[in-house]
Write a protein that binds this ligand. Structure first.
Ligand SMILES: [Zn+2]
Ligand SMILES: [Zn+2]
Ligand SMILES: [Zn+2]
Length: 128
C-alpha cells in the first residue's frame, strides 16, 4: 500500500536536495529550518518507507546510526567521508564476482550484499 502524503513528499524533496547521507535527525533539523512543521517520528517513518520501496538508500554509520540518501537506482556501493559526509557512488565488479562466487561455493542462491566504504575524502585528508 502506497501512502503519498505531503509529509512524505516533503521528506523526499529534502532528501533529494541533500548531497551525502543524512540521519533522520539531521533531515528533521533541515526541514525544521525551512519552517516545516513535520515531526521527527514522521521523518523516521517516511525515510523507512522510501528505503523499503527502493526510493532511498539506507546504511548504518560506523557508530550505528541509520543514514539515508536519495541515490541513483540500480545496485551500487558507496564511498562515504566520515568527516564531511561526501558520498561517491561506485561500482565494484570485483566485489560482485567475489560475492557470487563465495555464495555459490557454499551453496547459497539469491545472494545479496551491502558494501560501503567509510574514510576521509581527498579534501579532508589534506593537512590543515
Ligand atoms: Zn546509493
Ligand atoms: Zn570529507
Ligand atoms: Zn555490489
Amino acid at each position: 500500500m502506497k501512502r503519498n502524503t505531503w509529509q512524505r513528499e516533503a521528506v523526499r524533496e529534502a532528501l533529494t536536495s541533500t548531497e551525502g547521507f543524512i540521519s533522520a535527525q539531521g533531515l528533521h533539523l533541515s526541514l525544521h529550518e525551512t519552517g516545516s512543521p513535520i515531526g521527527l517520528a514522521t521523518v523516521y517513518r517516511a525515510l523507512a518507507d522510501l528505503a523499503a520501496e527502493g526510493d532511498a538508500d539506507s546504511l548504518q554509520s560506523p557508530d550505528g546510526e541509520s543514514l539515508y540518501r536519495a541515490c541513483t537506482t540500480g545496485h551500487h556501493h558507496h564511498l562515504i567521508c566520515r568527516n564531511c559526509g561526501l558520498t561517491v557512488e561506485i561500482e565494484a565488479d570485483a566485489v560482485e564476482q567475489w560475492a557470487q562466487a563465495a555464495a555459490a561455493s557454499h551453496g547459497f542462491t539469491q545472494a545479496q550484499h551491502v558494501v560501503d566504504v567509510f574514510g576521509l575524502c581527498a579534501n579532508c585528508s589534506r593537512p590543515a
